[in-house]
Design a protein around this ligand. Structure first.
Ligand code: NDP
Ligand code: MG
Length: 392
């Protein structure tokens, strides 16, 4: 039986991972499940999968988790230290599905103590790509992409030589505001941004889709995972969300990955890799779909993609600063302290303040990334306060 753990089990990706594992009883031995605030869900999942341990990241919720698991044989633990300890429990396969920079440290520990890390937490690659991939190489562990575009590229590359790749094209649905006029974007609310036309995902990634920050993170993720140059990576708007990515080879061939917008495909592919097992996803009826459309993204609507290109060129700690500032800007947008378009302004100002030269030449260690993330959050906080004071 394969030993598996899920970090971020209570989230959108985590729940779908639990669903696929529960559907194959006897195949998996579940080690650790972790969650944040949703301990009711975490306890329910731990019982369903008969996990060894359930860990909530929230210290204050230990009592409640213990109560829910009393007498069941599932151990309960809480807090950041317990979460990191769970990442050192040996497992053959670990799902990294915590949202945000908080997912990096458990992912690194899992790679040092396990075999395969299924990576949904794109922030790990954005903030510390060389560190994550280097840790995997050092411990002869493997990282498998779970982000749909990167899973698609990975699948298109099976049996191919990366040196024959000319370009990688990832698609973007365009998010909630794809068809909104630019004038309306400034007044967009968190509720409006969190309504995705095609994908059912967690709140933060859905808002990142609307601002194209999700695609910006994914451009950087592509560079770090596949080790290609920034000028080899493109993003294209594809409203139907059926083609997830395309790989262009030097002979001119473009290999596209097509499938329904259902994360259970990418999760299941990573779970079963290198085998392909049957998955409960819709089979596409191409004649019914009729047409697929593509168009270039309009970077004047939101500068996220331009900023991502700058981050890729700078390298070093620029990704950690970009991501940290973006997370704080989103918190401020969710709290209605700043507007939708202000998020990109906050990120850009933070990157400028922290100086590209210094960031580019910095060493990437867990400490330096944590420090850059921290300073970026402080600087972004200042930029947010400045915006509020102008508006007051
Ligand atoms: P959700 O917000 O739905 O879930 C996040 C998970 O992380 C929950 O289990 C949450 O716990 C937990 N969590 C949140 N903050 C912390 C923290 N500080 N420490 C520990 N655990 C924490 O996110 P998604 O499932 O949507 O996304 C997860 C990751 O996968 C993200 O990196 C996202 O970009 C990526 N991804 C997601 C896709 C999707 O379809 N959802 C597609 C492609 C990539 P709780 O809810 O209990 O508080
Ligand atoms: Mg994606």
């Amino acid at each position: 039986m394969r030993r598996v753990s899920i970090f971020g089990a209570t989230g959108s990706i985590g729940c779908q991972t639990v669903e696929l594992i529960a559907a194959d009883p006897g195949a998996y031995d579940v080690v650790a499940l972790t969650g944040g605030r949703n301990v009711a869900k975490l306890a329910e999942q731990a019982l369903l999968l008969n996990a060894e341990i359930a860990v909530t990241a929230e210290d204050r919720l230990l009592g409640e988790l213990r109560e829910r698991l009393a007498g069941t044989g599932v151990e309960a633990a809480a807090g950041r230290t317990a979460l990191l300890e769970a990442a050192t429990m040996p497992a053959d396969w670990v799902m990294s599905a915590i949202v945000g920079a908080a997912g990096l440290a458990p992912g690194l520990l899992a790679l040092a103590h396990g075999e395969t890390l299924a990576l949904a937490n794109k922030e790990s690659l954005v903030t510390a790509g060389p560190l994550l991939m280097g840790t995997a190489a050092e411990h002869a562990a493997r990282v498998l992409p779970v982000d749909s575009e990167h899973s698609a590229v990975f699948q298109a590359l099976v049996g191919e030589d990366i040196s024959a790749v000319e370009r990688i094209v990832i698609t973007a649905s365009g998010g909630a505001f794809r068809d909104w006029p630019r004038e309306k974007l400034a007044a967009a609310t968190p509720e409006e941004a969190a309504r995705h036309p095609n994908w059912d995902m967690g709140q933060r990634i859905t808002i990142d889709s609307a601002s194209l920050f999700n695609k910006a993170l994914e451009l950087i993720e592509t560079k770090e995972f596949f080790d290609v140059r920034p000028d080899q990576i493109e993003a294209v708007i594809h409203p139907e969300s059926l083609v997830h990515a395309l790989v262009g080879f030097r002979d001119g061939a473009l290999m596209a990955h097509v499938g329904p917008p259902d994360m259970r495909h990418a999760i299941g592919y990573a779970l079963n890799w290198p085998e392909r097992k049957a998955l409960p996803v819709e089979r596409l009826d191409l004649a019914k779909i009729g047409q697929l459309s593509f168009r270039a993204p309009d970077e004047t609507r939101t500068p996220a993609l331009r900023l991502a290109r700058e981050v890729m060129e700078t390298g070093g700690l620029a990704g950690a600063v970009f991501n940290g500032a973006k997370e704080v800007a989103m918190d401020a947008f969710l709290a209605r302290r700043i507007g939708f378009l202000d998020m990109a302004g906050v990120v850009e100002e933070t990157l400028t303040k922290m100086s590209a030269d210094r960031l580019g030449s910095a060493q990437i260690t867990l400490d330096s990334v944590t420090q850059a993330d921290h300073v970026a959050r402080v600087r972004a906080g200042e930029a947010i306060t400045a915006i509020e004071s102008i508006e007051a």
